[in-house]
Design a protein around this ligand. Structure first.
Ligand code: 13P
Length: 342
């Protein structure tokens, strides 16, 4: 695979005003989401829900890529079109989650390592055949009393780099996701320190394993105080600290940083992305790859009922539009009201 082709895909994903919908919830995670709205999780309800999202008219103006799950990349829209081809016909690039989840790390209480490297080369070839052009692998780093350990950080960084190298070899742009969880009562300083250690390890491993920085995207957490912390900070501080950390660690050659939402409210995730872009220009595009922050209002509006499909699509379209505004730093909370009634 020519390096240029990987770069072109990565750049298209972070095209101006656009970002990623993460719709790659594993069976366990989507069941949790469906439980919250009282909907049974079956292959057909999952297909129907994803179909609703993917067929939302006009959303391609704001969404450049969608991350699918193994089951979803093999499913079809109501009219029989396979999901990857449906997305492609709208100019949206299909991607695929390829990790097999975070599992307990041996001899390291409370820490995990992400699995899924065995057989990955063959799986990547099949996903490319099915239409995927990019991939995602999520490592999970937990902040606690005496964790994360260097052992956990470096083991996950090593696996992320192995995955990224295999993806590039297969002609797929790897989204490298080292998620430092925002849960806990830690301060923003601690979030900065742990994210800094993590990014240092990740970019060291990526370089050692010959991954081209021009052909990846980084999907990180934002730097903020833990959700249970007494000291909550302003969006401006989140923006400044996040940028200060990434400037130290992320090569300018990386085309884009696409944030995860990680349990922030949908409007917070939008406002903080906007605050960061307002401080630009930056060496990389700053965009979104949100799951919950793009889907939560749509999921609620849908509630599993056919008659609510349109309302759910409107809710998703609205969040996509708000996050598109955040790409230029021009988002303002007043826009929430205007657009919903439009
Ligand atoms: P959230 O935005 O809900 O954190 O999900 C993004 C994602 O893909 C996590 O891997």
């Amino acid at each position: 695979m020519a390096a240029q082709e990987l770069q072109d895909i990565a750049r298209a994903i972070v095209a101006e005003g656009k970002g990623i919908l993460a719709a790659d919830e594993s069976d366990g995670t989507i069941k949790k989401r469906f439980d919250s709205i009282g909907v049974d999780s079956s292959e057909e309800t999952r297909r129907g829900y994803r179909d609703l999202l993917f067929t939302t008219e006009g959303v391609e103006e704001y969404i450049s890529g969608v991350i699918l799950f193994d089951e979803t990349i093999r499913q079809k829209s109501a009219d029989g079109t396979p999901f990857p081809q449906l997305l492609e016909s709208k100019g949206i690039i299909p991607g695929i989650k390829v990790d097999k989840g975070a599992k307990p790390l041996a001899l390291a209480e409370g820490e995990t390592v992400t699995e899924g490297l065995d057989g990955l080369r063959d799986r990547l070839a099949e996903y490319r055949e099915l239409g995927a052009r990019f991939t995602k692998w999520r490592a999970v780093i937990t902040i606690g009393k005496s964790i994360p350990s260097e052992y956990c950080i470096w083991t996950n960084a090593h696996a992320l780099a192995r995955y990224a190298a295999l993806s590039q070899e297969a002609g797929l742009v790897p989204i490298v996701e080292p998620e430092v969880l925002m849960d806990g009562d830690h301060t923003i300083e601690r979030s900065f320190e742990v994210t800094s250690r993590t990014l240092h390890a990740v970019f060291t491993e990526l370089r050692d394993q010959r991954v081209q920085p021009e052909g990846i995207l980084l999907k990180p957490n934002m730097i903020l105080s833990g959700y249970e912390s007494q000291e909550q900070v302003s969006d401006a501080e989140v923006a400044e600290e996040t940028l200060r950390c990434f400037r130290r660690h992320v090569p300018a050659a990386v085309p884009g940083i696409v944030f995860l939402s990680g349990g922030q409210s949908d409007e917070q995730a939008t406002a903080r992305l906007s605050a960061m872009n307002a401080l630009g220009p930056h060496p990389w595009q700053l965009s979104f790859s949100y799951g919950r922050a793009l889907q939560a209002p749509a999921l609620k509006a849908w509630g599993g009922k056919e008659e609510n499909v349109e309302a759910a699509q409107q809710a998703y379209y609205h969040r996509a539009k708000m996050n598109s505004a955040a790409r230029t730093g021009m988002y303002a909370p007043e826009m929430e009201r205007e657009a919903v009634t439009a």
